[in-house]
Ligand binder design. Structure first.
Ligand SMILES: NC(=O)c1ccc[n+]([C@@H]2O[C@H](COP(=O)([O-])OP(=O)(O)OC[C@H]3O[C@@H](n4cnc5c(N)ncnc54)[C@H](OP(=O)(O)O)[C@@H]3O)[C@@H](O)[C@H]2O)c1
Length: 246
């Protein structure tokens, strides 16, 4: 199949492209660096010519509410216009577990708008919702560092390796449209402050963790929404094992 991966140079996208190529598909990364801009529509029609499936794993360069909302709504509109023109038969989008349960959180509002556009598009679709990537924990800690203290709230996360997310997205792309949502998560639930301690135990750098419910990108977020429910499919890679290899 010809599978166009919008955001195919990113953390998830580059792994999805590699997995699809390994399975014999013609996987093409469509991003500004390859001449395709989903927000302006530039290069989309050309990239989607002959495409069977489009995978959208792009991300907004800004997490600020208005910028992210503009990114995800404009890119979805352009993508679906081009997909209908090209006769694409399956659209796969990567979203976030619990995204629709946090109405006050700006970036999540933008992802909900993206999901709504997928459902309303008329193109058969599959939505994969993942929990927070292991790779995201260290940047969150860096954003929340004050001197030698890492200020982290105690809400529970159930993080997952990006490789496991990429595998689930690639599986979805090679399967039939579900016209629904599949949630995926890592094997363990940890409080975010504990994830910080586990990270610093594996890679000590002189910092220590302080519980601070208002700090960082997850500050003020209600506990429980990001770990998913019984319907979430869990994978086996543990954070501590992953840290040893990364
Ligand atoms: N972080 C998490 O824990 C988490 C959890 C669940 C779901 N997600 C979702 O996972 C998705 C992928 O995240 P990621 O971390 O893999 O992203 P990433 O590494 O930041 O990659 C973003 C990709 O989007 C591309 N892009 C940026 N602007 C574009 C545009 N105008 N048109 C087309 N492509 C554009 C980038 O291309 P260039 O390289 O050319 O700039 C890059 O390939 C996001 O939608 C995010 O919401 C994230």
């Amino acid at each position: 199949m010809r599978i166009v991966v919008v955001g195919g140079t990113g953390l998830i996208g580059s792994q999805v492209v590699a997995l699809l190529r390994d399975n014999g598909h013609e996987a093409v990364a469509a991003t500004p660096s390859t001449g395709v801009d989903a927000v302006t529509g530039q290069g989309l029609a050309q990239a989607l010519k002959g495409a069977d499936v489009v995978v959208d794993v792009s991300n907004s360069p800004s997490f600020e509410t208005e910028a992210a909302l503009d990114f995800f709504t404009r890119s979805a509109q352009n993508l679906f216009e081009a997909e209908k023109e090209a006769g694409v038969r399956h659209h796969v989008t990567l979203s976030i577990v619990g995204v629709d349960q946090v109405p006050d959180y700006g970036y999540y509002q933008a992802k909900v708008a993206q999901e709504d556009a997928v459902r309303d598009s008329g193109v058969p679709y599959s939505i994969v919702r993942a929990t927070q990537f292991f790779e995201f924990i260290a940047p969150v800690m860096d954003m929340s560092t004050q001197g030698a203290e890492v200020h982290l709230p105690s809400l529970r996360l159930r993080p997952i390796a990006s490789a496991d997310v990429a595998a689930a997205v690639a599986d979805a792309a090679q399967g039939e449209p579900s016209n629904g949502v599949r949630g995926i998560a890592g094997p363990e639930v940890h409080r975010l402050d504990r994830l910080g301690e586990i990270t610093l135990a594996a890679k000590p750098d002189g910092r220590s963790v302080v519980v601070d419910e208002a700090a960082g990108p997850f500050g003020g977020m209600p506990d429980g929404v990001l770990i998913g429910d019984d319907t979430v499919h869990t994978v086996s890679t543990r954070y501590e094992d992953w840290l040893k290899q990364n």
